[in-house]
Design a protein around this ligand. Structure first.
Ligand code: PLI
Length: 461
């Protein structure tokens, strides 16, 4: 391994959690009992858990020390002040509304900023984000650049908004019928793909001309900033902090799932520039989350988040983070396993269409591939394809995303390169007998966010 290309872990491991692999017969029983849904597998039966990078992070000694300084007063916790300072310093937004996690912020933003019937253009959907937009009468419109839907298109900023699509929508529907633009940095379901600063700036200029607001989904904004430093001309000598400040200068506010780039296990927030909107959001936070000085988090959680956010912007941390993910992607690519390219910030996405060409999309190839990988190796991954996309609320038809993927999501500061080697080996082995991956059908399909709790069974074609 080239230590310059893939720097060693920039931390010493101080606390460990033992894991073990259950045997093959047991893994087969476990996945059957879980209805072939990796969300339903008990954690203790998982060997390497790549289900998500959400809330699965390892906190630092400083963060744990911060937990002990939790001020659990019902109102006016000092930890809120600390979090507010971190957010003001890193994002540049004056107003902070803490929430229990990202979707809490999405709920509040959707309620204060969408009027029923308005359009909400975004660079690809995310499950909970679109749910809250639609639940508040919004109509989501995907305006990501076309290549983002093509797993093989290797482009530096595949998360960019297609400005012509945005302009067309404004012309067609009228600026007053657009609630706001939702710009995710990075784009989770496109493969963790970044957005360029050039694109953010252009979106800001275009929306300014029409008086339309822009809110970022900042969930993985530090990863996005790293890609800008690496790839966008003129930013190589800027710090991650400087890049973040410029990114958010093009936004009216942001929703944040702290469970990702704040390197904590729980928490989130809505950050805003506009006082009037902030006051509306504050009125709602007391209904749905808690007092405006904790919003569903304990004081200690806010302290850990305030510290984690600062740690995330350290170059050595974020460089290792992104390159560890890339290392796994490169191993798979070298072995000819089809993945979404380029490798994004938080995960390697297997391209289930090319992995399982013998399965139709309605036979849930990615769902079945994720189940097969668990049986093969005890590695838990997640479907990000037709099951995650859900159904059109009006027609009842499946949304059929072009990307049908399995996400191998790397938790922050949890696994080592050796674990990546093991995961790559397992996927490569499975690829050699991919024809054994069977079609699935629903035995239980929940109405909302079905991927979390759906159950399936395999069948013979
Ligand atoms: O899981 P929450 O409620 O803290 O955050 C919701 C959320 C919002 N935006 C984006 C881009 C996400 O990725 C996201 C949550 N993602 C999860 C749970 C994931 O596994 O990717």
């Amino acid at each position: 391994m080239d230590y310059k290309k893939y720097p060693a872990e920039p931390y010493r491991i101080k606390v460990v959690e033992t894991v073990q692999m259950v045997d093959l017969a047991e893994r087969e029983r476990v996945i059957q009992e879980a209805g072939y849904n990796t969300f339903l597998i008990p954690s203790e039966d998982v060997y390497i858990d790549l289900l998500t990078d959400s809330g699965t992070n390892a906190m630092s000694d400083s963060q744990w020390a911060g937990m002990m300084r939790g001020d659990e007063a019902y109102a006016g916790s000092r930890n809120f002040k600390h979090l507010e300072e971190s957010v003001q310093e890193i994002f540049g937004f004056p107003y902070l509304v803490p929430t229990h996690q990202g979707r809490g912020a999405e709920n509040i933003l959707s309620r204060v900023a969408i009027k029923p019937g308005q359009y909400v253009p975004g660079n690809m959907y995310f499950t909970t984000t679109r749910y809250h937009q639609e639940a508040n009468g919004g109509i989501f419109v995907d305006i990501i650049r076309e290549e983002a839907h093509d797993a093989a298109a290797d482009l530096p900023f595949k998360g960019d908004i297609d400005l012509a699509k945005l302009e067309g929508l404004i012309e067609d529907k009228g600026a007053e019928n657009i609630a706001y633009v939702c710009l995710a940095v990075t784009v989770n379901l496109a493969g963790g793909q970044p957005v360029s600063l050039g694109n953010m700036k252009a979106v800001r200029e275009l929306t300014n001309r029409h008086g339309i607001k822009v809110f970022f989904d900042a969930t993985r904004c530090v990863e996005n900033a790293y890609f800008i430093k690496e790839r966008e001309e003129g930013y190589q000598d800027k710090s991650i902090g400087e890049i973040l400040l410029e990114m958010f200068s093009y936004a009216d506010g942001a929703t944040m799932s702290g469970k990702k780039d704040c390197i904590v296990n729980i928490g989130g927030f809505l950050a805003l520039r506009d006082e009037e909107l902030f006051l509306k959001a504050k009125e709602l936070v007391v209904v749905f989350e808690g007092m405006p000085s904790y919003g569903g988090m304990a004081g200690r959680d806010m302290e850990a988040m305030a510290i984690g956010l600062r740690e995330a912007t350290q170059f050595e941390y974020i460089q290792h983070r992104v390159l560890q993910v890339r290392y796994l992607g490169e191993l798979l690519k070298e072995a000819g396993v089809p993945i979404v390219e380029p490798v994004g910030g938080h995960a390697v996405f297997l391209d289930a269409r090319r992995f399982c060409p013998h399965l139709e999309q309605e036979e849930f190839p990615a769902q079945s591939l994720a189940a097969a990988l668990f049986i093969e190796s005890g590695v838990r991954s997640m479907e990000r394809g037709i099951v995650s996309a859900g159904r059109n609320q009006d027609t009842g038809e499946h949304h059929k995303p072009k990307l049908e993927t399995v996400r191998l999501t790397i938790p922050r500061r949890v696994y080592t390169y050796k674990h990546m080697d093991l995961v790559a080996d397992a996927v490569i082995k499975l690829y050699k007998h991919k024809e054994d991956i069977r079609p699935l059908r629903f035995v239980y399909e929940p109405k909302q966010l079905r991927f979390f709790t759906a159950r399936f069974e395999p069948f013979d074609k």
